[in-house]
Design a protein around this ligand. Structure first.
Ligand code: 13P
Length: 247
């Protein structure tokens, strides 16, 4: 199994222009093989593309529209994102699901649209605390996985990435234990293998939810955790450097 390891920063609705400059000037990424990525606010993509190119950091979006173009005020089309040169887009982040009412069906349309446009979708899935406590974790997570990937055909393992983010661990400082996360990642791997055969063995599965420099190594030690999708700890160069050096 040779799934590549990625460290992806999801900046959410954070960072001023000055903070972005300071972030990129503070980066020192050893062992960089184009696997350290940042998703800034859309408004900042262009600036980050310039600064990221010098640092070898690939830039992506946090979301995209499922529609091609038209009267969708406030949305960003995959064609426009592609013109900007973005490498990837997050799709179905739990904040999009809960705060903006995105359904599995919409998320699946976004995955397909991004993929058809040559933008790599990072499909985000994860259960709430209530669902975990009710023993429904795998049902929910694998259900979201299958629904999000419906009709997605891939030619190789690097055309899609999965991010498992338990909702109760996001921004709470409560990380899933490596064993808790590892168990879900193993189940995701099985479904990916059913869906995509050999490619499924090598699709990267990221973990997200309070990943920090002090817990990243234990998480990455799990066989099917192939990197992190990181919010808070990706905002400052110092901690992003530390996260990347664990890859
Ligand atoms: P935190 O790392 O701040 O918990 O956020 C995780 C996340 O939502 C990344 O997409």
């Amino acid at each position: 199994m040779t799934a590549k390891t990625y460290m992806v920063g999801n900046w959410k609705m954070n960072q001023t222009q000055a903070e972005i400059e300071s972030f990129f000037s503070g980066l020192s990424l050893s062992n960089n093989q184009n696997n350290f990525w940042i998703a800034p606010q859309c408004l900042h993509i262009s600036k980050c593309m310039d600064l990221g190119a010098k640092a070898g950091v690939l830039i992506g979006a946090q979301n995209c529209s499922e529609h091609e173009y038209g009267a969708f005020t406030g949305e960003n089309s995959v064609d426009s994102l592609s013109e900007m040169g973005v490498h990837f887009t997050l799709v179905g982040h739990s904040e999009r699901r809960t705060l903006f009412g995105e359904t599995d069906e919409t998320i699946n349309k976004k995955v397909l649209k991004a993929s058809q446009t040559g933008i790599l979708p990072i499909l985000c899935i994860g259960e709430t605390l209530k669902e975990r406590e009710a023993g429904k974790t795998l049902d929910i997570v694998l259900g979201q996985l299958k629904a999000g990937l419906k009709d997605l055909k891939i030619q190789n393992e690097s055309e899609v990435i999965i991010a498992y983010e338990p909702v109760w661990a996001i921004g709470t400082g409560k990380t899933a234990s490596p064993e808790q996360a590892g168990e879900v990642h193993n189940a995701i791997r099985e479904v990916l293998s059913e869906l995509y055969g050999d490619f499924g063995q090598d699709i990267s599965i990221l973990y997200g939810g309070s990943v920090k420099p002090n817990n990243v190594e234990d998480l990455l030690a799990q066989p099917n955790i192939n990197g992190g999708l990181v919010g808070g700890a990706s905002l400052k160069a110092e901690s992003f450097n530390a996260l990347c050096s664990a890859c």
